[in-house]
Design a protein around this ligand. Structure first.
Ligand SMILES: C[S@@+](CC[C@H](N)C(=O)[O-])C[C@H]1O[C@@H](n2cnc3c(N)ncnc32)[C@H](O)[C@@H]1O
Length: 255
């Protein structure tokens, strides 16, 4: 498994437009300045399906990669092995740090799946945030079929605010469902989100805002933030995945 000693000194790119930390969120978040973040958009490991000891021992490629053709294409990612109660405690810890970093009225938005949605909404509220709703990401019919069952075609963005939500003066009315397929050319992580999805979601924020993604993975939130004139702080624990994110964000800044 790909774990290294945390590197606390961040990489600063684009004269501070993007600041990237390689390390554990629980080590890095307390080093950031209170009130320095406008919004949090993130995609933590879901730890979904980890109800049994066996399910929690596996590596992510055993869980998410089907077929030899895709094996080894993406590095395994970290932190996907908590049981549901442990997940809710852990989520509350890091989300509480996010609460302290957010400006009043800032948005906290996190992905989850159908299994972990109840634990996630509990943890959001335990962290002191005001849960405001659930947005559906329709992954389209490209998601894995399940014979005789309903297809798990959606993942969810649970969104909340730090106290009363304060939309910007030009805030648009946004849909509650976004339909975006995962395209091979835009996939850089085993659980990577489409860049176009993140661009759509960031429309709730304003140009110039600081967006924090404490689980940036391959940096998709950062790429969408930079492409739309926002600033970005990202954290990722896996060294190999961190390098992918840094490279994608450098490319986005160079355009
Ligand atoms: C679901 S992925 C994020 C994927 C991302 N949205 C993308 O499009 O590439 C979650 C990431 O969080 C990282 N991670 C897990 N536990 C962590 C921790 N304690 N601190 C920092 N990063 C962590 C994993 O290695 C993984 O890359």
């Amino acid at each position: 498994m790909d774990i290294a000693i945390d590197r606390f000194a961040p990489i600063t790119l684009g004269d501070g437009t993007a600041v990237l930390f390689r390390g554990d969120v629980l080590h890095v978040l307390p080093t950031l300045e209170a009130g320095s973040v406008d919004h949090v958009f993130t995609d933590p490991p879901y730890s979904s399906g980890g109800q049994s000891r066996g399910a929690r021992m596996g590596i992510t490629s055993q869980k998410y990669i089907f077929g030899d053709k895709k094996a080894g294409r993406y590095p395994d990612f970290l932190g996907d092995n908590r049981d549901q109660r442990g997940y809710a405690y852990w989520f509350t810890l890091w989300a509480s740090f996010c609460y302290g970093l957010l400006k009043p009225g800032g948005v906290f938005a996190t992905f989850t799946d159908w299994r972990q949605a109840p634990a996630t909404s509990d943890a959001i509220q335990a962290a002191g945030l005001v849960w405001r709703g659930t947005v559906v990401w329709d992954k389209t019919e490209g998601s894995r079929p399940d014979k005789g069952r309903f297809r798990h075609q959606a993942e969810y963005l649970l969104w909340a605010s730090h106290g009363p939500h304060r939309p910007g003066p030009d805030a648009p009315c946004l849909p509650g469902v976004f339909r975006h397929p995962v395209r091979a050319a835009d996939k850089h992580h085993m659980a990577g989100k489409p860049t176009a999805l993140m661009a759509d979601l960031l429309r709730i924020t304003q140009p110039g805002d600081v967006i924090l993604d404490p689980f940036m993975g391959s940096g998709t939130t950062g790429v969408a933030a930079i492409q739309s004139g926002r600033r970005f702080i990202g954290i990722e624990q896996s060294p190999a995945i961190f390098e992918t994110a840094a490279s994608r964000i450098r490319t986005a800044l160079a355009k």
